[in-house]
Design a protein around this ligand. Sequence first.
Ligand code: CO8
Length: 260
Amino acid sequence: SNNKILVELDTSSGVATMKFKSPPVNSLSLDFLTEFCISLEKLENDRACRGLIITSAIPRVFSSGLDITEMCGKSTEHYAEFWRAVQEMWIRLYGSNLVTVAAINGSSPAGGCLIALSCDYRIMVENPKYVIGLNEAQLGIVAPFWFKDTFVNAVGHRAAERSLQLGLLHSVPEAHRMGLVDEVVPEEKLQEKAVAVMAQWLALPDHARQLTKSMMRKAVLDHMLAHREEDIQNFVKFTSKDSIQKSLSTYMEMLRKKKR
Ligand code: CO8
């Protein structure tokens, strides 16, 4: 299926927009991740494209993170394939040559937060209902080392340590204070702000900016690439455990019951 992400390229400005549209909550399924990587690669190879704004077409949710159903009751082969796709998404986005701006117009837990953190700049809509963070610990699972590294690179070690240990989902003002998001705007100003920030970043020569970005991110990317297969084995082993399967299904059950 080729319709979970809407991509538009404005050739006059060189800015593409990706809108996540995978109801109900833009969870990162294997199909979604595959489509994301294909779309990003196309833009990356398009000379007319220099910048990418990532946002959601679903009200109130940017992305709910990894699709938990991909981690429940499936084969080890499936877990391995899924995890490789999660890694691929991050490698491509964190290492992208494009200027990437996350226009976060809804909640963004776990894998959703990772996508935002992998961009160059984060703008979030001010809304008391929206939260963002790496809440893995609350699900009884551990954020992978490269999620952690990406988080540390944005907010620093101490803030990351507390947030990750407690599996915190931060309110928008809190996320802003700790540097997890760079800017906060009212919903109706989001698009305009994202375009303005993008113009500021695109005012620099691509080459110098790209090499600088790569210099800043290389250590974390190289570390992950060097441990990629091991990371897959770890994920498969961990996810296959009865105790983890139980934690995940209890959590899904909790999500279902919450609204009744
Ligand atoms: N995966 C699959 N289904 C989901 C997910 C998800 N991540 N999130 C929500 N859903 C489902 C719900 O179960 C619900 O299904 P149904 O309608 O059948 O009951 C439907 O989507 C709608 O969800 P809500 O009713 O909860 O929608 P709300 O608008 O009230 O809330 C939220 C939206 C805030 C996004 C809320 O759904 C939420 O908090 N979801 C859970 C988010 C979360 O904790 N994600 C963590 C995923 S784990 C991850 O990304 C990294 C894992 C790293 C792996 C490391 C292992 C070693």
